[in-house]
Design a protein around this ligand. Sequence first.
Ligand SMILES: CC(C)(C)c1nc(N2CCN(c3ncccn3)CC2)c2cc(C(N)=O)c(N)nc2n1
Length: 326
Amino acid sequence: MKQTVAEQIHDLQKKLTEYAYAYYVKDQPVVDDAYYDQLYQQLVALETAHPEYQTSDSPTQRVGGVVRKGFEKVVHEIPLYSLNDVFSKAEIIAFDQRVQKTLGHAVSYICELKIDGLSISLKYENGRLVRGATRGDGTIGENITDNSKTVKSIPLTLTEPIDIEVRGECYMPKASFIQLNQKREEEGLDIFANPRNAAAGSIRQLDSKVTASRNLSTFLYTLADFGPLHVTNQAEALTHLDDLGFRTNQERAVCSTIDDVWAYIESFHDKRSQLPYEIDGVVIKVNDFSDQNQLGFTVKAPRWAVAYKFPPEEAQTTIEEIEWTV
Ligand SMILES: CC(C)(C)c1nc(N2CCN(c3ncccn3)CC2)c2cc(C(N)=O)c(N)nc2n1
């Protein structure tokens, strides 16, 4: 039986959302670009002819188009903490000793690559993105909701209709950074010093159409407000973020000893230049949430995590050296 217009539109929105999720979140395209573009144009035509069926979470709403005079301030109800930096194996061992001394037992750690982007916080109500904000000073950030909606790896709708706030890094892939700077040089514009500055400049754009053109991506890494999620450790929390539709970094590893933590760090010291995104270190976190709660926070940072910082990277990677995943 022939589909109604409403059914045709809903069907296209669902298909295109699934294809975009596979491409931008899982890095596993399921259709080629030409086919995606063909369906996308069909949806644009149908939504234009029947605007009553255009939904705010349709894939066509990712193109931006809002121009702001400035950014509203956002107060983070749950503050974003800092991290204590460490620069050597000795400092990591000292961290582990302090943790074991406080808890009275050994713990497992989770190692996460420290993405060199800028921190954002995403708030969802009933599974819908209601607010995107920059970290700012950890308490006061900027409202970047319009721009967040143009970042293709940020879900507009979650797989569950829950209230949750998540945090992570927004970054620009190395290849996009190199291409952006080439374009800016051709146009006689200033170039960005590094991908972090390029990402910050792009997510803090007043014209969301510009943000949409910058191929930003994300890796989410923490739940600010756990909402209805029952998770007991960081590894589970990251799996939950995956299940909800977020993009998380798959290089994470649970390490049962600090020697394994150091082996992880050393392994990425060499792999760093081949990654398609910049990292400036490894974040080491006590994995178990009850252990984290016992360790608590200093004024500015958790006692249950440290950021191991790599020495500054050598010369800029050439485009050939990068593995071509997004
Ligand atoms: C939730 C905690 C506090 C443990 C935490 N905090 C982080 N950061 C705090 C300091 N940040 C910061 N940023 C600007 C100014 C001061 N501090 C930048 C984010 C993390 C950053 C990354 C990352 N980059 O990949 C990550 N995988 N996990 C993090 N986890």
